[in-house]
Design a protein around this ligand. Structure first.
Ligand code: AMP
Length: 519
Protein backbone atom coordinates (compact mmCIF):
# COMPACT_ATOMS: atom_id res chain seq x y z
CA UNK A 1 0.00 0.00 0.00
CA UNK A 2 1.33 3.46 -0.87
CA UNK A 3 0.67 6.81 0.79
CA UNK A 4 -1.62 7.70 -2.14
CA UNK A 5 -4.05 4.95 -1.13
CA UNK A 6 -4.43 6.26 2.41
CA UNK A 7 -6.75 9.10 1.46
CA UNK A 8 -4.38 11.97 2.22
CA UNK A 9 -4.56 15.27 0.34
CA UNK A 10 -2.29 16.23 -2.55
CA UNK A 11 -0.47 18.75 -0.36
CA UNK A 12 0.30 16.16 2.26
CA UNK A 13 1.45 13.65 -0.31
CA UNK A 14 3.86 16.25 -1.61
CA UNK A 15 5.19 16.96 1.88
CA UNK A 16 5.60 13.23 2.55
CA UNK A 17 7.44 12.82 -0.76
CA UNK A 18 9.69 15.76 0.14
CA UNK A 19 10.54 13.92 3.37
CA UNK A 20 11.78 11.01 1.27
CA UNK A 21 9.28 8.45 2.52
CA UNK A 22 8.01 6.05 -0.13
CA UNK A 23 5.87 3.64 1.81
CA UNK A 24 3.75 4.08 4.91
CA UNK A 25 4.83 2.10 7.97
CA UNK A 26 2.38 -0.48 9.39
CA UNK A 27 1.00 1.92 12.00
CA UNK A 28 0.56 4.60 9.34
CA UNK A 29 -1.19 2.15 7.00
CA UNK A 30 -3.61 1.13 9.70
CA UNK A 31 -4.13 4.34 11.60
CA UNK A 32 -4.33 7.04 8.92
CA UNK A 33 -7.53 5.89 7.14
CA UNK A 34 -9.29 5.34 10.46
CA UNK A 35 -8.26 8.72 11.84
CA UNK A 36 -9.44 10.37 8.63
CA UNK A 37 -12.80 8.67 9.18
CA UNK A 38 -13.02 10.26 12.59
CA UNK A 39 -12.55 7.10 14.63
CA UNK A 40 -10.96 6.88 18.03
CA UNK A 41 -7.70 4.94 17.93
CA UNK A 42 -5.53 3.14 20.44
CA UNK A 43 -2.11 2.67 18.89
CA UNK A 44 0.04 0.21 20.79
CA UNK A 45 3.32 1.24 19.24
CA UNK A 46 6.72 2.37 20.30
CA UNK A 47 8.65 5.30 19.03
CA UNK A 48 10.55 4.34 15.91
CA UNK A 49 7.48 2.85 14.26
CA UNK A 50 6.50 6.07 12.51
CA UNK A 51 3.65 6.63 14.96
CA UNK A 52 4.05 10.41 15.04
CA UNK A 53 3.24 10.74 11.35
CA UNK A 54 0.34 8.33 11.85
CA UNK A 55 -1.49 11.04 13.78
CA UNK A 56 0.15 14.22 12.48
CA UNK A 57 -0.63 13.49 8.80
CA UNK A 58 -4.38 12.87 9.14
CA UNK A 59 -4.69 15.67 11.69
CA UNK A 60 -3.35 18.15 9.16
CA UNK A 61 -5.98 17.13 6.61
CA UNK A 62 -8.76 17.14 9.20
CA UNK A 63 -7.78 20.59 10.45
CA UNK A 64 -7.37 21.97 6.94
CA UNK A 65 -11.13 22.44 6.97
CA UNK A 66 -12.36 25.02 9.44
CA UNK A 67 -10.97 28.01 11.28
CA UNK A 68 -9.50 28.59 14.68
CA UNK A 69 -10.82 31.09 17.23
CA UNK A 70 -9.00 33.14 19.82
CA UNK A 71 -7.79 31.15 22.82
CA UNK A 72 -9.72 28.10 21.62
CA UNK A 73 -7.38 25.54 20.09
CA UNK A 74 -9.05 23.12 17.69
CA UNK A 75 -6.88 20.16 18.56
CA UNK A 76 -4.63 19.20 21.43
CA UNK A 77 -1.63 16.86 21.56
CA UNK A 78 -0.41 15.89 25.02
CA UNK A 79 3.20 14.80 25.35
CA UNK A 80 4.96 13.66 28.54
CA UNK A 81 8.15 15.65 27.99
CA UNK A 82 9.22 18.92 26.47
CA UNK A 83 11.53 17.21 24.01
CA UNK A 84 8.78 15.02 22.65
CA UNK A 85 6.47 18.01 22.35
CA UNK A 86 9.18 19.82 20.43
CA UNK A 87 9.71 16.80 18.19
CA UNK A 88 6.01 16.59 17.35
CA UNK A 89 5.95 20.30 16.52
CA UNK A 90 8.84 19.70 14.11
CA UNK A 91 6.73 17.01 12.47
CA UNK A 92 3.93 19.54 11.98
CA UNK A 93 6.39 21.93 10.38
CA UNK A 94 7.68 19.19 8.10
CA UNK A 95 4.38 17.70 6.94
CA UNK A 96 2.31 20.86 7.18
CA UNK A 97 4.48 23.02 4.97
CA UNK A 98 1.87 23.19 2.18
CA UNK A 99 -0.92 24.01 4.61
CA UNK A 100 -1.58 27.15 6.57
CA UNK A 101 -2.17 25.74 10.02
CA UNK A 102 -1.24 27.60 13.13
CA UNK A 103 0.41 25.81 16.00
CA UNK A 104 1.44 26.62 19.55
CA UNK A 105 3.80 24.75 21.81
CA UNK A 106 3.07 24.94 25.53
CA UNK A 107 5.92 23.50 27.47
CA UNK A 108 7.60 24.30 30.73
CA UNK A 109 10.93 26.04 30.72
CA UNK A 110 10.34 28.41 27.81
CA UNK A 111 9.01 31.93 27.90
CA UNK A 112 5.24 32.10 27.81
CA UNK A 113 4.89 35.51 26.16
CA UNK A 114 5.05 34.43 22.52
CA UNK A 115 2.99 31.32 23.14
CA UNK A 116 0.23 33.29 24.80
CA UNK A 117 0.23 35.80 21.96
CA UNK A 118 -0.11 32.94 19.45
CA UNK A 119 -2.87 31.36 21.51
CA UNK A 120 -4.66 34.69 21.68
CA UNK A 121 -4.87 34.75 17.89
CA UNK A 122 -6.25 31.21 17.83
CA UNK A 123 -4.43 28.01 16.96
CA UNK A 124 -5.32 24.89 15.03
CA UNK A 125 -2.92 22.67 16.94
CA UNK A 126 -1.81 22.99 20.54
CA UNK A 127 1.03 20.73 21.62
CA UNK A 128 1.51 20.69 25.36
CA UNK A 129 2.82 18.91 28.39
CA UNK A 130 -0.01 18.32 30.89
CA UNK A 131 1.47 20.41 33.71
CA UNK A 132 1.89 23.59 31.69
CA UNK A 133 -1.48 23.17 30.04
CA UNK A 134 -3.30 22.81 33.37
CA UNK A 135 -1.44 25.82 34.69
CA UNK A 136 -2.66 28.04 31.85
CA UNK A 137 -6.10 26.52 31.87
CA UNK A 138 -6.53 27.25 35.57
CA UNK A 139 -5.44 30.83 34.95
CA UNK A 140 -8.16 31.22 32.33
CA UNK A 141 -5.69 31.78 29.50
CA UNK A 142 -7.02 28.96 27.43
CA UNK A 143 -10.36 27.32 26.67
CA UNK A 144 -10.70 23.74 25.60
CA UNK A 145 -14.34 23.62 24.60
CA UNK A 146 -13.58 23.82 20.86
CA UNK A 147 -10.94 21.15 21.03
CA UNK A 148 -12.55 18.30 19.16
CA UNK A 149 -9.44 16.25 18.49
CA UNK A 150 -7.23 15.00 21.30
CA UNK A 151 -4.01 13.00 21.07
CA UNK A 152 -2.55 11.39 24.18
CA UNK A 153 0.93 10.31 23.19
CA UNK A 154 3.23 7.98 25.17
CA UNK A 155 0.42 7.27 27.62
CA UNK A 156 2.43 4.71 29.57
CA UNK A 157 5.09 7.32 30.14
CA UNK A 158 2.43 9.77 31.29
CA UNK A 159 1.45 7.13 33.82
CA UNK A 160 5.04 6.71 35.03
CA UNK A 161 5.29 10.47 35.46
CA UNK A 162 2.08 10.77 37.41
CA UNK A 163 0.20 12.74 34.73
CA UNK A 164 -2.91 10.56 34.57
CA UNK A 165 -5.01 12.71 36.99
CA UNK A 166 -4.11 15.80 34.91
CA UNK A 167 -5.09 13.99 31.73
CA UNK A 168 -8.39 12.90 33.24
CA UNK A 169 -9.06 16.49 34.23
CA UNK A 170 -8.18 17.71 30.74
CA UNK A 171 -10.46 15.08 29.17
CA UNK A 172 -13.41 16.29 31.21
CA UNK A 173 -12.84 19.85 29.91
CA UNK A 174 -12.89 18.83 26.26
CA UNK A 175 -16.11 18.77 24.29
CA UNK A 176 -18.03 15.61 23.68
CA UNK A 177 -18.24 14.05 21.18
CA UNK A 178 -14.68 14.45 20.09
CA UNK A 179 -12.07 12.27 18.49
CA UNK A 180 -9.40 10.80 20.78
CA UNK A 181 -6.19 9.09 19.69
CA UNK A 182 -4.10 7.36 22.32
CA UNK A 183 -0.62 5.95 21.77
CA UNK A 184 1.27 3.81 24.22
CA UNK A 185 4.06 1.26 24.05
CA UNK A 186 2.21 -0.89 26.56
CA UNK A 187 -1.32 -0.93 27.96
CA UNK A 188 -1.13 -1.30 31.74
CA UNK A 189 -4.53 -1.36 33.52
CA UNK A 190 -4.64 2.38 34.40
CA UNK A 191 -4.21 3.28 30.71
CA UNK A 192 -6.86 0.77 29.74
CA UNK A 193 -9.14 2.37 32.33
CA UNK A 194 -8.43 5.82 30.94
CA UNK A 195 -9.27 4.60 27.45
CA UNK A 196 -12.47 2.95 28.63
CA UNK A 197 -13.58 6.10 30.37
CA UNK A 198 -12.76 8.69 27.75
CA UNK A 199 -12.71 6.97 24.39
CA UNK A 200 -15.53 5.98 22.11
CA UNK A 201 -15.28 2.45 20.70
CA UNK A 202 -11.60 2.85 19.89
CA UNK A 203 -10.00 0.81 17.21
CA UNK A 204 -7.02 -1.05 18.62
CA UNK A 205 -3.93 -1.15 16.42
CA UNK A 206 -0.84 -2.99 17.55
CA UNK A 207 2.30 -2.96 15.52
CA UNK A 208 5.83 -4.15 15.39
CA UNK A 209 8.48 -1.96 13.85
CA UNK A 210 8.37 -2.02 10.06
CA UNK A 211 10.15 -5.03 8.66
CA UNK A 212 11.49 -2.88 5.84
CA UNK A 213 13.73 -0.93 8.18
CA UNK A 214 15.79 -4.08 8.84
CA UNK A 215 16.52 -2.68 12.23
CA UNK A 216 18.56 -4.69 14.65
CA UNK A 217 20.02 -4.02 18.03
CA UNK A 218 22.70 -6.30 19.37
CA UNK A 219 22.63 -6.44 23.13
CA UNK A 220 25.17 -7.35 25.75
CA UNK A 221 25.32 -7.44 29.49
CA UNK A 222 28.71 -6.41 30.85
CA UNK A 223 29.01 -7.86 34.32
CA UNK A 224 31.04 -5.65 36.60
CA UNK A 225 31.69 -4.60 40.17
CA UNK A 226 30.19 -1.26 41.29
CA UNK A 227 33.61 0.34 41.65
CA UNK A 228 34.66 -0.68 38.17
CA UNK A 229 31.70 0.82 36.38
CA UNK A 230 33.42 3.98 35.20
CA UNK A 231 36.49 2.14 34.02
CA UNK A 232 34.35 -0.33 32.12
CA UNK A 233 32.30 2.47 30.63
CA UNK A 234 35.39 4.29 29.42
CA UNK A 235 36.67 1.09 27.87
CA UNK A 236 33.42 0.57 26.02
CA UNK A 237 33.22 4.18 24.86
CA UNK A 238 36.86 4.12 23.79
CA UNK A 239 36.08 1.57 21.12
CA UNK A 240 36.44 3.25 17.69
CA UNK A 241 33.21 1.52 16.62
CA UNK A 242 31.41 3.90 18.94
CA UNK A 243 30.47 6.73 16.61
CA UNK A 244 28.27 8.20 19.28
CA UNK A 245 26.46 6.92 22.33
CA UNK A 246 23.71 7.70 24.77
CA UNK A 247 24.55 6.59 28.30
CA UNK A 248 21.61 6.13 30.64
CA UNK A 249 21.80 6.54 34.39
CA UNK A 250 19.03 5.68 36.83
CA UNK A 251 19.69 8.66 39.10
CA UNK A 252 19.93 12.28 38.05
CA UNK A 253 22.61 13.00 40.62
CA UNK A 254 24.87 10.39 39.03
CA UNK A 255 24.65 12.06 35.65
CA UNK A 256 26.67 15.12 36.56
CA UNK A 257 29.35 13.11 38.34
CA UNK A 258 29.68 10.77 35.41
CA UNK A 259 29.85 13.63 32.91
CA UNK A 260 32.56 15.34 34.96
CA UNK A 261 34.51 12.12 35.14
CA UNK A 262 34.22 11.46 31.39
CA UNK A 263 35.25 15.04 30.67
CA UNK A 264 38.36 14.58 32.74
CA UNK A 265 39.13 11.60 30.56
CA UNK A 266 38.66 13.85 27.53
CA UNK A 267 35.50 12.34 26.13
CA UNK A 268 33.37 14.85 24.20
CA UNK A 269 30.40 14.47 26.49
CA UNK A 270 27.32 16.31 27.61
CA UNK A 271 24.16 15.63 29.57
CA UNK A 272 20.42 15.87 29.40
CA UNK A 273 18.06 15.44 32.33
CA UNK A 274 14.82 16.74 33.70
CA UNK A 275 16.31 19.36 36.03
CA UNK A 276 17.90 21.30 33.19
CA UNK A 277 16.36 24.40 31.65
CA UNK A 278 14.57 23.62 28.42
CA UNK A 279 16.85 25.87 26.41
CA UNK A 280 19.90 24.04 27.82
CA UNK A 281 18.41 20.68 27.01
CA UNK A 282 17.73 21.70 23.43
CA UNK A 283 21.22 23.15 23.08
CA UNK A 284 22.89 19.97 24.34
CA UNK A 285 20.69 17.80 22.16
CA UNK A 286 21.59 19.89 19.12
CA UNK A 287 25.27 19.48 19.92
CA UNK A 288 24.80 15.73 20.02
CA UNK A 289 22.80 15.68 16.80
CA UNK A 290 25.42 17.76 15.00
CA UNK A 291 28.28 15.58 16.26
CA UNK A 292 29.90 18.37 18.26
CA UNK A 293 29.70 16.02 21.20
CA UNK A 294 29.48 12.28 20.71
CA UNK A 295 28.41 11.07 24.14
CA UNK A 296 25.22 12.11 25.84
CA UNK A 297 24.58 11.04 29.41
CA UNK A 298 20.84 11.03 29.96
CA UNK A 299 17.99 10.30 32.31
CA UNK A 300 15.06 8.20 31.18
CA UNK A 301 12.58 11.02 31.26
CA UNK A 302 14.67 13.40 29.19
CA UNK A 303 15.62 10.87 26.55
CA UNK A 304 12.37 8.99 26.19
CA UNK A 305 11.20 8.85 22.61
CA UNK A 306 13.95 11.05 21.27
CA UNK A 307 14.33 10.47 17.59
CA UNK A 308 18.00 10.97 16.80
CA UNK A 309 19.04 9.14 13.67
CA UNK A 310 22.38 7.34 13.68
CA UNK A 311 23.00 6.67 17.36
CA UNK A 312 25.48 3.79 17.15
CA UNK A 313 25.51 2.73 20.80
CA UNK A 314 23.42 2.85 23.92
CA UNK A 315 25.00 2.09 27.27
CA UNK A 316 22.92 1.43 30.33
CA UNK A 317 25.24 2.58 33.09
CA UNK A 318 22.68 1.11 35.46
CA UNK A 319 20.13 -1.60 34.84
CA UNK A 320 16.85 0.32 34.77
CA UNK A 321 14.51 -0.06 37.73
CA UNK A 322 11.57 -0.56 35.39
CA UNK A 323 12.13 -3.26 32.82
CA UNK A 324 10.11 -1.37 30.23
CA UNK A 325 12.61 1.48 30.38
CA UNK A 326 15.18 -0.95 29.01
CA UNK A 327 13.16 -1.31 25.83
CA UNK A 328 12.83 2.45 25.51
CA UNK A 329 16.49 3.05 26.21
CA UNK A 330 17.91 0.61 23.70
CA UNK A 331 15.39 1.85 21.15
CA UNK A 332 17.45 5.07 20.87
CA UNK A 333 19.84 3.09 18.67
CA UNK A 334 19.14 0.88 15.69
CA UNK A 335 16.71 3.44 14.28
CA UNK A 336 15.65 4.03 10.70
CA UNK A 337 17.16 0.88 9.25
CA UNK A 338 20.52 1.11 10.99
CA UNK A 339 22.06 -1.41 13.31
CA UNK A 340 22.95 -0.57 16.85
CA UNK A 341 24.61 -1.99 19.92
CA UNK A 342 23.34 -1.77 23.46
CA UNK A 343 25.52 -2.55 26.48
CA UNK A 344 24.12 -2.91 29.96
CA UNK A 345 26.51 -2.67 32.88
CA UNK A 346 25.27 -4.94 35.62
CA UNK A 347 26.58 -5.41 39.15
CA UNK A 348 25.57 -8.34 41.35
CA UNK A 349 23.22 -6.00 43.22
CA UNK A 350 21.37 -5.33 39.97
CA UNK A 351 20.77 -9.00 39.21
CA UNK A 352 17.13 -8.77 40.14
CA UNK A 353 16.44 -5.81 37.84
CA UNK A 354 18.33 -7.57 35.08
CA UNK A 355 16.23 -10.68 35.55
CA UNK A 356 13.12 -8.51 35.18
CA UNK A 357 14.44 -7.09 31.91
CA UNK A 358 15.24 -10.54 30.56
CA UNK A 359 11.81 -11.74 31.60
CA UNK A 360 10.17 -8.85 29.78
CA UNK A 361 12.09 -9.36 26.57
CA UNK A 362 11.82 -13.12 27.00
CA UNK A 363 15.44 -13.90 26.44
CA UNK A 364 18.79 -14.01 28.13
CA UNK A 365 21.01 -11.17 27.01
CA UNK A 366 24.46 -12.46 26.02
CA UNK A 367 27.24 -11.69 28.52
CA UNK A 368 30.01 -9.64 27.00
CA UNK A 369 33.37 -11.38 27.17
CA UNK A 370 35.37 -9.69 24.45
CA UNK A 371 38.65 -11.63 24.50
CA UNK A 372 40.70 -11.76 21.30
CA UNK A 373 44.12 -11.36 19.77
CA UNK A 374 45.55 -7.85 19.42
CA UNK A 375 45.35 -7.56 15.66
CA UNK A 376 42.15 -9.53 15.29
CA UNK A 377 39.44 -8.24 13.06
CA UNK A 378 36.15 -7.46 14.78
CA UNK A 379 35.11 -10.61 16.52
CA UNK A 380 31.56 -11.73 16.53
CA UNK A 381 31.00 -12.93 20.03
CA UNK A 382 28.90 -15.97 20.48
CA UNK A 383 26.03 -15.96 20.92
CA UNK A 384 25.13 -12.79 19.05
CA UNK A 385 21.43 -12.88 18.59
CA UNK A 386 20.03 -9.43 18.37
CA UNK A 387 16.70 -8.87 19.95
CA UNK A 388 14.78 -7.24 17.23
CA UNK A 389 12.36 -4.49 17.94
CA UNK A 390 9.74 -6.70 16.35
CA UNK A 391 10.26 -9.18 19.13
CA UNK A 392 10.16 -6.42 21.67
CA UNK A 393 6.92 -5.22 20.16
CA UNK A 394 5.58 -8.72 20.43
CA UNK A 395 6.31 -8.47 24.13
CA UNK A 396 4.33 -5.29 24.44
CA UNK A 397 1.52 -7.07 22.68
CA UNK A 398 1.66 -9.80 25.27
CA UNK A 399 1.61 -7.25 28.05
CA UNK A 400 -1.41 -5.68 26.50
CA UNK A 401 -3.23 -8.96 26.26
CA UNK A 402 -2.26 -9.74 29.82
CA UNK A 403 -3.58 -6.37 30.92
CA UNK A 404 -6.84 -7.02 29.14
CA UNK A 405 -7.11 -10.43 30.68
CA UNK A 406 -6.38 -8.96 34.10
CA UNK A 407 -9.12 -6.40 33.61
CA UNK A 408 -11.43 -9.21 32.48
CA UNK A 409 -12.45 -7.20 29.46
CA UNK A 410 -12.36 -7.40 25.73
CA UNK A 411 -12.14 -4.33 23.54
CA UNK A 412 -15.57 -2.91 23.04
CA UNK A 413 -17.15 -3.42 19.65
CA UNK A 414 -17.32 -0.22 17.73
CA UNK A 415 -20.72 1.03 16.90
CA UNK A 416 -22.05 0.12 13.50
CA UNK A 417 -20.96 2.36 10.71
CA UNK A 418 -18.97 4.60 13.00
CA UNK A 419 -18.28 8.24 12.41
CA UNK A 420 -17.02 8.84 8.95
CA UNK A 421 -15.78 12.30 8.40
CA UNK A 422 -15.06 11.63 4.75
CA UNK A 423 -18.23 9.64 4.17
CA UNK A 424 -16.26 6.50 3.39
CA UNK A 425 -17.29 2.99 4.30
CA UNK A 426 -16.42 2.19 7.89
CA UNK A 427 -14.70 -0.92 9.18
CA UNK A 428 -17.24 -1.79 11.78
CA UNK A 429 -16.42 -5.44 12.16
CA UNK A 430 -12.71 -5.21 12.63
CA UNK A 431 -12.20 -3.69 16.05
CA UNK A 432 -8.84 -5.32 16.62
CA UNK A 433 -6.03 -5.27 14.12
CA UNK A 434 -3.34 -7.89 14.35
CA UNK A 435 0.29 -6.98 14.76
CA UNK A 436 2.35 -6.45 11.66
CA UNK A 437 4.56 -9.26 10.53
CA UNK A 438 7.68 -9.43 12.65
CA UNK A 439 10.87 -8.18 11.13
CA UNK A 440 13.17 -10.84 9.75
CA UNK A 441 15.93 -11.88 12.06
CA UNK A 442 19.01 -10.00 11.00
CA UNK A 443 22.46 -10.20 12.38
CA UNK A 444 24.04 -6.93 13.27
CA UNK A 445 26.74 -5.86 10.86
CA UNK A 446 28.18 -3.73 13.56
CA UNK A 447 29.51 -6.46 15.77
CA UNK A 448 31.31 -4.81 18.63
CA UNK A 449 35.05 -4.61 18.65
CA UNK A 450 36.25 -6.71 21.46
CA UNK A 451 38.32 -5.50 24.35
CA UNK A 452 37.47 -1.83 23.95
CA UNK A 453 40.49 0.01 25.17
CA UNK A 454 41.17 3.65 26.01
CA UNK A 455 43.42 4.03 23.02
CA UNK A 456 44.25 6.25 20.09
CA UNK A 457 41.11 8.25 19.47
CA UNK A 458 39.66 8.91 16.07
CA UNK A 459 40.02 12.29 14.47
CA UNK A 460 36.72 13.41 15.97
CA UNK A 461 38.43 13.34 19.34
CA UNK A 462 41.13 15.91 18.94
CA UNK A 463 42.27 15.78 22.54
CA UNK A 464 45.36 13.74 23.23
CA UNK A 465 43.71 10.87 25.02
CA UNK A 466 45.86 8.54 22.99
CA UNK A 467 48.96 9.83 24.69
CA UNK A 468 47.83 8.18 27.89
CA UNK A 469 49.39 4.79 28.49
CA UNK A 470 47.10 1.81 28.34
CA UNK A 471 46.65 0.67 31.87
CA UNK A 472 46.56 -2.89 32.95
CA UNK A 473 43.98 -3.19 35.66
CA UNK A 474 45.44 -6.45 36.88
CA UNK A 475 48.90 -5.01 37.31
CA UNK A 476 47.47 -1.82 38.68
CA UNK A 477 45.37 -3.73 41.13
CA UNK A 478 48.36 -5.74 42.32
CA UNK A 479 50.14 -2.53 43.10
CA UNK A 480 52.67 -2.49 40.25
CA UNK A 481 52.36 1.07 39.03
CA UNK A 482 49.05 2.43 40.09
CA UNK A 483 50.08 5.95 40.85
CA UNK A 484 53.56 6.56 39.61
CA UNK A 485 52.90 10.22 40.22
CA UNK A 486 50.33 10.61 37.44
CA UNK A 487 47.92 13.38 38.24
CA UNK A 488 45.10 11.84 36.28
CA UNK A 489 45.22 8.71 38.31
CA UNK A 490 45.21 10.67 41.53
CA UNK A 491 42.14 12.42 40.33
CA UNK A 492 40.62 9.10 39.44
CA UNK A 493 41.10 7.99 42.97
CA UNK A 494 39.33 11.06 44.26
CA UNK A 495 36.26 10.68 42.12
CA UNK A 496 35.87 6.96 42.42
CA UNK A 497 37.39 6.05 39.08
CA UNK A 498 40.23 4.31 40.81
CA UNK A 499 41.28 0.71 40.83
CA UNK A 500 41.55 0.68 44.61
CA UNK A 501 39.34 -2.07 45.94
CA UNK A 502 38.94 -3.42 42.43
CA UNK A 503 38.90 -7.01 43.62
CA UNK A 504 39.72 -9.87 41.28
CA UNK A 505 36.14 -11.05 41.22
CA UNK A 506 35.10 -7.56 40.26
CA UNK A 507 37.26 -7.37 37.15
CA UNK A 508 35.21 -7.84 34.03
CA UNK A 509 36.71 -10.63 32.00
CA UNK A 510 37.32 -8.57 28.91
CA UNK A 511 39.35 -5.99 30.80
CA UNK A 512 41.84 -8.58 31.90
CA UNK A 513 42.89 -8.99 28.27
CA UNK A 514 43.92 -5.41 27.82
CA UNK A 515 47.47 -6.18 28.85
CA UNK A 516 47.97 -8.15 25.66
CA UNK A 517 46.96 -5.28 23.44
CA UNK A 518 49.70 -3.14 22.01
CA UNK A 519 48.68 -0.14 20.00
P1 AMP B 1 8.42 7.96 15.24
O1 AMP B 1 8.02 6.55 15.53
O2 AMP B 1 7.28 8.83 14.95
O3 AMP B 1 9.34 8.49 16.32
O4 AMP B 1 9.29 7.95 13.87
C1 AMP B 1 10.53 7.31 13.77
C2 AMP B 1 11.30 7.75 12.54
O5 AMP B 1 10.74 7.20 11.35
C3 AMP B 1 11.34 9.25 12.32
O6 AMP B 1 12.66 9.63 12.02
C4 AMP B 1 10.45 9.49 11.14
O7 AMP B 1 10.85 10.62 10.41
C5 AMP B 1 10.65 8.21 10.35
N1 AMP B 1 9.50 7.88 9.49
C6 AMP B 1 8.20 8.19 9.70
N2 AMP B 1 7.44 7.69 8.71
C7 AMP B 1 8.25 7.04 7.88
C8 AMP B 1 8.06 6.29 6.65
N3 AMP B 1 6.85 6.12 6.13
N4 AMP B 1 9.13 5.77 6.07
C9 AMP B 1 10.37 5.92 6.60
N5 AMP B 1 10.63 6.59 7.75
C10 AMP B 1 9.58 7.15 8.37
Amino acid sequence: MSFVELGLSEELLRAVADSGYNDPTPIQRQAIPSVLMGRDIIGVAQTGTGKTASFVLPMIDILAEGRSRARMPRSLILEPTRELAQQVSENFDKYGKYHKLSMALLIGGVSMGDQLATLEKGVDVLIATPGRLMDLFNRGKIMLNQCSLLVIDEADRMLDMGFIPDIEEICTRLPSPRQTLLFSATMPPPIKKLADKFMDSPRLIEVARPASTNTSITQYVVETAPRSKREVLRSLLGDPQVKNAIVFCNRKRDIKELVDSLKRHRFPVSQIHGDMEQSDRIRELDKFKSGEITILVASDVAARGLDIPGVSHVVNYDVPHHAEDYVHRIGRTGRAGRTGIAYTLATPAEAENLAEVEKLIAQTIPRYTGAQAPEAEPVVLAPVDPVLPAEVAAITTQSHEAAEAAAGERPRKRRRGGRNRKGEAGDADTPVIAAAAPAPVARSEAAPRPAPTPREPESRRPEPRAARPVRDPIRDYRGGRRDEGRRDDRRDRDDGDTFIGFGPEGIPAFLTHKATITR
